[in-house]
Design a protein around this ligand. Structure first.
Ligand SMILES: C[S@@+](CC[C@H](N)C(=O)[O-])C[C@H]1O[C@@H](n2cnc3c(N)ncnc32)[C@H](O)[C@@H]1O
Length: 399
């Protein structure tokens, strides 16, 4: 049994379930998709990836016995039809292609304690894993607003939730950056929410899809945007950033120990060949380490590549800028006694959330927050390695 510090006990840990370089956020940047009126609609976009009912899609051809490439994994992309195969992938500790496993569901439900008739906001809808658990607990009479900046995955998740029986009256889909939460609530005529969740960062669908440019395991355009229609892409950002600003971003966004070396060498090399592809950038980082550091080690080099990609992703999506703004708005978006839970995945995020919640308790905006961070239990970490770095913090709005 573990304690969340809320005075309740949780039964078992959840099984198989989740700087300075940033300019101050501009009003339209902050709202991400600019919160145009047309964005704040239920079910805003048709799903371009959905198979047409008249023309069933052909199974992709692939070499060998099992599909290896993301887009070839047709069974994993079709979990309703191939439930047995999905169960096997999940049991092996992997996340099926095109899916995301929600993290620390039990702990989040205990913290948010959604009740019938309440209003909840999932600020990072993703695959909808947390929302699917919260929604039934709000019935009868309650409602969940599901936000996400991603124009590709958000409509797919909306369609899945509708197909699962969550109609307009209980689930409102809004494509928006969570930094625009006050406007989203105002547009919906809501004064505040009783429960707010933010599960920060990227989903497995985004990370694993080579077309999104988040992964360096396959050769893809160097993009890394949560909303690919909003500039800059990582390619454009890396083409223009100064050596000093790049070094700063590598430290602030990823605690990269080789920040100065990488910033100097990457900005030198880009004048000969601009970085446009994920594998090209990953290879350049490995080459820099092997030329300039003693005893380069392949695993350590891959860790450096991962950190550089994380730093670029945070920079192009202005992740710290929008998180700071969201944390400032948050207490004013909660009803008295309302609960907020935030899952973070690295120290830059966790520091901000911890500080904002503590400052809120000191100023009387929040009644309580957790002193000790809550982590996924060992069973969940084993079943879903992506949960290992997750940290949960919560706060309760003063009455
Ligand atoms: C870790 S996933 C959430 C997964 C989700 N909890 C689930 O169970 O499927 C994070 C999601 O948040 C979205 N996101 C990240 N930053 C955002 C922001 N500032 N505003 C709105 N959505 C954001 C991403 O596009 C991604 O879909």
């Amino acid at each position: 049994m573990r304690r969340l510090g809320l005075g309740h006990r949780i039964g078992q840990p959840a099984e198989g379930t989740g700087g300075p370089n940033h300019p101050p956020p501009k009003p339209d940047l902050v709202s991400g998709c600019r919160l145009r009126h047309s964005d704040a609609v239920s079910d805003p976009l048709p799903d371009p990836g959905a198979p047409s009912p008249e023309k069933p899609k052909r199974r992709p051809r692939y070499a060998g016995k099992h599909p290896r490439r993301f887009e070839e994994k047709y069974k994993e992309h079709n979990p309703e039809r191939y439930a047995g195969d999905i169960a096997k992938v999940l049991a092996s500790g992997k996340t099926p292609a095109g899916m995301h496993r929600p993290i620390m569901v039990t702990e989040i439900l205990e913290v948010l304690a959604p009740r019938p008739g309440e209003t909840a906001v999932d600020c990072t809808l993703g695959y909808g894993g947390h929302s699917r658990e919260i929604l039934p607990r709000l019935a009868p009479g309650g409602r969940l607003i599901g936000l996400d900046v991603d124009p590709i995955e958000h409509p797919k998740t909306t369609a899945r939730l509708r197909a699962a029986g969550f109609g307009e009256e209980v689930f409102t889909a809004v494509r928006s950056n969570f930094a625009g939460l006050p406007k989203v609530l105002a547009d919906l005529g809501l004064g505040g929410a009783d429960a707010i969740l933010a599960d920060l960062g990227v989903s497995s669908m985004q990370l694993d899809d080579p077309a999104r440019g988040f992964t360096f395991k396959t050769d893809s355009p160097l993009d890394l945007r949560l909303n690919p229609s909003r500039p800059p892409s990582a390619e454009d950002w890396l083409a223009r950033v100064s050596t000093d600003a790049l070094a700063e971003a590598l430290v602030a966004n990823a605690d990269e120990p080789h920040a100065a070396l990488l910033a100097r060498e990457l900005t030198r090399r880009r004048s000969a060949t601009p970085f446009t592809r994920t594998v090209q950038l990953a290879d350049a980082i490995r080459a820099i380490l092997s030329e300039h550091t003693p005893r380069p080690d392949a695993e350590a080099a891959n860790d450096t590549v991962r950190r550089v990609f994380q730093a670029l992703r945070i920079a192009v999506n202005d992740e710290f800028g929008v998180l700071d703004l969201f944390l400032r708005h948050l207490p004013h978006c909660l009803n008295p006694g309302g609960r907020v839970a935030i899952l973070t995945f690295h120290s830059g995020e966790d520091r901000r959330v911890k500080q904002a919640f503590r400052d809120g308790v000191r100023s009387g905006l929040y009644a309580r927050t957790n002193e000790e961070v809550v982590r996924a239990g060992p069973a969940e970490r084993r079943a879903n390695p992506r949960s290992s770095s997750a940290k949960l913090r919560w706060a309760i709005r003063a009455v």
